[in-house]
Design a protein around this ligand. Structure first.
Ligand code: PEP
Length: 250
């Protein structure tokens, strides 16, 4: 869409032991050069597997990313991982503000902003996630919610090179439910407009992904929506054939 290069990103969440590196190898084997020419492919494994997944993807066009980060570069933050550490492992992207982090780890929009700045500081591309709950949608507040999340989360001067947005309705994640293409179109258009207010003309260069129960069977319909520049895929990214089936929507 409008010269933006599609991005199909997998989020493995807290899934995968060492043998799961084989999934990266399988994606690598099956990714056709023609498709790799047209789209960016990203896999975000748990932190424990980033180094081995980077090794498995080396020499291919598959990028590896983190699922979360601490905003500080280093320090007394037991158990946390900084943007610099992710970059040092060869990660190129990091997911910021996933709804599971917001729900289970009290992440706020201000925290998301700090993490997005940290990602940029380390040369990573931050994938900033926004999305409404079922209740918020039923109350007709979807656009207000996602626009506010964007307005606070996106750093000043964000560019298409250092920032990706993912619209992920919370009620669609892991549920098999998806919004209609018309609903997705409405939200993505609103996010694009809000980005324009925040960063001006550069808004046209920022990719806006859809996420939430994307499967091979619905990817084509969802990816064809205006202003949808790719997918953030949870469950279906754990199986190489399913992930590639989604990528094949391009
Ligand atoms: C996600 O967690 O980012 C996600 C979209 O999950 P799923 O594809 O499983 O709904």
């Amino acid at each position: 869409s409008q010269g933006r290069r599609p991005l199909v990103a997998g989020n493995w969440k807290m899934n995968g032991l060492r043998e799961s590196v084989g999934t990266v190898e399988a994606v690598r084997r099956a990714l056709s050069p023609q498709l790799a020419e047209r789209i960016d492919v990203l896999i975000c494994p748990p932190s424990t597997l980033i180094a081995s997944c980077v090794a498995a993807a080396e020499g291919s066009s598959i990028a590896i990313g983190g699922q979360n980060l601490h905003a500080k570069p280093s320090g007394a933050f037991t158990g946390s991982i900084s943007a610099e550490m992710l970059a040092d492992l060869g990660a190129r992207y990091v997911i910021v503000g996933h709804s599971e982090r917001r729900a289970y780890h009290n992440e706020t929009d201000d925290g998301v902003h700090a993490k997005a700045l940290a990602a940029r500081r380390a040369g990573l591309c931050g994938i900033i996630c926004v999305g409404e709950t079922r209740e918020e949608r039923e109350e007709g507040r979807t656009l207000d919610i996602v626009r506010a999340q964007l307005a606070i989360g996106v750093p000043k001067g964000a560019t298409g090179a250092d920032t990706v947005i993912a619209y992920e309705p919370v009620w669609a994640i892991g549920t098999g439910l998806t919004p209609t293409p018309a609903d997705v179109a409405e939200v993505h258009a609103s996010l694009r407009e809000m980005l324009g207010q925040l960063i001006g003309a550069e808004a046209q260069a920022v990719r806006i992904l859809y996420g939430g129960s994307v499967k091979p069977g619905n990817a084509r319909e969802l990816m064809a929506v205006e202003n949808v520049d790719g997918a953030l895929v949870g469950g279906a990214s754990l199986v190489a054939d399913d992930f590639l089936g989604i990528a094949a929507a391009y």
